[in-house]
Design a protein around this ligand. Structure first.
Ligand SMILES: Cc1cc2nc3c(=O)[nH]c(=O)nc-3n(C[C@H](O)[C@H](O)[C@H](O)COP(=O)(O)OP(=O)(O)OC[C@H]3O[C@@H](n4cnc5c(N)ncnc54)[C@H](O)[C@@H]3O)c2cc1C
Length: 295
């Protein structure tokens, strides 16, 4: 199918883009990588009157470390493939690099952007999962204001977010991972490149003795949005033993109430989420021990 007719604009400045958004609101859609929007347009599941292409906007494509606040800021137009190999992320927020490796196929990773992926709010998206695990923030602008939204307040159900019609995401901010941190993402998909049936992300920090000092764990595909697993995180603190990790992973069940659909039963998704969380925690812990040796 072909999209319904729309008017296309490609502004050169953020101010211009925000003016269009302010003017057109709900009847406009932002175009970033196009990897979710264009299929929706082609299937006429989205029929905006206006498309605002943000690909020419300056200042949205960088990855910057701020040592004073110990944060890393990722511009909304950073592509998935850039997340995989960026040295700042590999050194200071490697969960994002790990997560981006699992997204679709190389063509998708070449065009898709972090801002688009977060704004699209797919329950199985890897970047929403990783940013949720890391308790990231979204930096959002409209023509007359700007605000920072914690990720836990951003998602509002399947494909729903707290963005107002005149707002766009201009950056994603995460705290730097502490030293001696290891990260891992695990997921189950039926075919290579498919969205995951369920997924898990873990960032584990160990102390000098190798015990877990801080854990960040989230699961995806098992609820309308990615879910942080604070009970699992608390149970992991102080542990050094893989059996204890598996017991902690079982607490994932207390955080989720998975949907049943033609792809999988609720029980199967629950089983996957627990098993994948256990695997992600094991791998992240192993990597944290390597990081400890190098520290
Ligand atoms: C075959 C295929 C397989 C895929 N597999 C996966 C997968 O395994 N995992 C996964 O996570 N994703 C997958 N995707 C989706 C891909 O990651 C998309 O790139 C991503 O979801 C959207 O990013 P985008 O930059 O392409 O956004 P677009 O498609 O351009 O936009 C998506 C939505 O976000 C809005 N938007 C875009 N940028 C902003 C912004 N800065 N501020 C506010 N709103 C904005 C748009 O208006 C639109 O509503 C797949 C896509 C395809 C076609």
């Amino acid at each position: 199918m072909k999209p319904a007719a729309f008017e296309y604009v490609c502004p050169d400045t953020l101010e211009e883009a925000l003016s269009y958004l302010d003017l057109w609101g709900d009847s406009a859609k932002i175009l970033a990588g196009g990897q979710s929007l264009v299929p929706l347009l082609n299937m006429r599941l989205a029929q905006p009157q206006y498309i605002i292409d943000i690909n020419r906007l300056p200042g949205l494509s960088g990855i910057t470390r701020h040592p004073d606040t110990r944060t890393v800021e990722i511009g909304a137009l950073v592509r998935h493939h850039q997340l995989i190999s960026n040295p700042i992320l590999l050194a200071h927020a490697s969960l994002l690099s790990e997560a981006a490796r699992y997204i679709g196929h190389i063509a998708i990773r070449s065009r898709g952007t972090i801002g688009g992926s977060i704004a699209h709010a797919d329950p199985s998206g890897e970047l929403p999962l990783a940013v949720t695990a890391l308790r990231g923030h979204l930096k959002v602008r409209s023509r007359h204001s700007q605000r920072t939204i914690p990720i836990e307040d951003f998602f509002g159900g399947y494909y729903m977010t707290a963005l107002e019609p005149n707002e766009l995401i201009y950056a994603v901010e995460v705290l730097e991972s502490p030293i001696r941190t290891g990260c891992a993402v695990k997921e189950f998909q039926r075919r290579h490149g498919d969205f995951a049936l369920a997924s898990a992300a873990a960032a584990i920090t160990v102390d000098e003795s190798g015990a877990v000092l801080q854990a960040r764990v989230a699961v995806g595909g098992v609820a309308p949005n990615a879910v942080t697993c604070s009970k699992v995180e608390e149970a992991l603190c102080g542990q050094t033993n893989n059996n204890q990790f598996s017991l902690a992973a079982e607490l994932v069940a207390q955080h989720i109430d998975p949907p049943e659909d033609i792809q999988a039963s609720a029980d199967y998704r629950r089983h996957l989420a627990i098993a994948l969380a256990a695997e992600a925690i094991d791998s992240a812990y192993e990597r944290a021990l390597w990081a400890k040796e190098e520290a």
